[in-house]
Design a protein around this ligand. Structure first.
Ligand code: GMT
Length: 367
């Protein structure tokens, strides 16, 4: 098939998933075209069968808000004509699904599109009334709509009242790239230092300060270090909290890293304190490396972790610390959970298994 993938190029979340879908499809021999306003961070150069098309938006002085959605619709049509695209797969509804609908209307119903919902396009942005009606309309016009968890599919029906079926196609992980290494666990090291890790885009919804507060309580009980991976608006706040609670010397900020697969296996535990999380891709990547997760019980996280992690109430870092300490002081329980996390990632969320579900949807839409 000739497939167009549309996404945001940002680190984390929908852009990562869309890029990995594009790479996996190209590896299967499909002709894949990726459209975005910048080259996605996970797009390694030179993937055979995969071409990147930049969407350029002109910034005339008159435009306080350059109309990206129009530029994208035009680019989709251009790429469709040039590469004879069979089907577009747009990741993140706003504005991508609306642009796809516009492109289809402009060419007299010449293209099919599948929309994948990732989370904040429904849970936060979607409930902003300014975006509500066009998003609902574009979802209903999509040839198929998928969501990355049952939670998000249900939320979409609830918030938007869409009549269309929302199919669940979970996110996936490259189990060869994200795999356990021979790095010794804390109980095999002389210093017994527990390594905790948090990966996110440091947006307020991630509540990174709660991760730091939980860590502060943990490191008062056992030797520990916290690795903060990623960057975003709340980074300074999280570091200020580390200062306030006196654990700043145990917190290491790694910023954006290209080699997450080398960092995650070093950790003994992953902490996530999000207010909402439709899936939690970084947690799946940690699981695949054999790293158990302790997360707030929000959104679709339970669907990802199953019984291989621990869920704690939202905004209660002390409870998170207590649960984390139980695992970080019980070698048997930790070893069992680490193995179960890896097994679940391999059995339920391996790339091939999930990408096949997308291919089946493209085929159905084109039939
Ligand atoms: O909030 C983010 O981290 C970014 C956002 C996105 O769409 O780029 O992430 C959402 O999509 C990810 C990939 O499907 C999910 O793993 C995240 O759970 C989801 N974020 C939220 O629901 C807050």
């Amino acid at each position: 098939m000739r497939i167009g993938i549309v996404c945001y190029p940002t680190v984390g979340g929908s852009g990562v998933v869309a890029t990995e879908v594009a790479i996996a499809l190209a590896k299967r021999g499909h002709d894949v075209h990726l459209l975005s306003y910048d080259r996605p961070s996970r797009l390694r150069r030179g993937v055979p069968g995969l071409r990147f098309h930049q969407v350029a938006v002109s910034a005339y002085p008159l435009f306080r808000y350059p109309p990206y959605d129009l530029a994208l619709a035009t680019r989709m049509l251009e790429v469709r004509e040039e590469a004879r695209i069979d089907v577009f797969h747009v990741h993140y509804a706003i504005p991508h699904a609306v642009s796809a609908f516009l492109a289809r209307s402009m060419c007299g119903d010449c293209l099919r599109f599948v929309t994948t919902l990732h989370g904040t396009d429904i849970t936060i942005v979607g409930s902003d009334r300014a975006y509500m009606r066009p998003t609902r309309f574009a979802l209903e016009q999509s040839d198929a709509v998928t969501a990355v968890s049952r939670y998000l599919a249900d939320e979409t029906q609830l918030v938007f009242g869409v009549r269309k079926e929302v199919e669940v196609v979970p996110n996936f992980v490259d189990i060869e790239r994200f795999r356990p290494t021979a790095t010794p666990r804390w109980h095999q090291r002389a210093d017994e230092e527990r390594i905790l890790v948090h990966v996110s885009n440091f947006r307020p919804v991630k509540r990174v300060a709660d991760v730091v507060r939980a860590f502060a309580a943990i490191q008062r009980q056992v030797p520990a270090r916290l690795l903060l991976v990623g960057d975003g608006p709340d980074r300074e706040h999280a570091l200020a909290v580390a200062n306030d609670v006196g654990c700043q010397h145990k917190v290491e900020t790694l910023g954006m890293v290209d080699n997450l697969e080398d960092v995650l296996p070093q950790a003994d535990l992953f902490l996530s304190a999000s207010e909402t999380e439709s899936f939690g891709l970084s947690m799946l990547e940690a699981m695949s490396c054999g790293v158990p997760c302790v997360s707030t019980a929000v959104g679709g996280v339970a669907e990802v972790l199953g019984d291989t992690g621990r869920l704690v109430p939202f905004a209660q870092p002390d409870v998170m610390a207590k649960v984390a300490l139980e695992l970080l002081t019980d070698v048997d329980a930790h070893t069992r959970l680490a193995a179960a996390a890896r097994a679940r990632a391999v059995e339920q969320f391996a790339t091939e298994r999930i990408v096949s579900q997308y291919v089946a949807i493209y085929e159905r839409v084109l039939a």
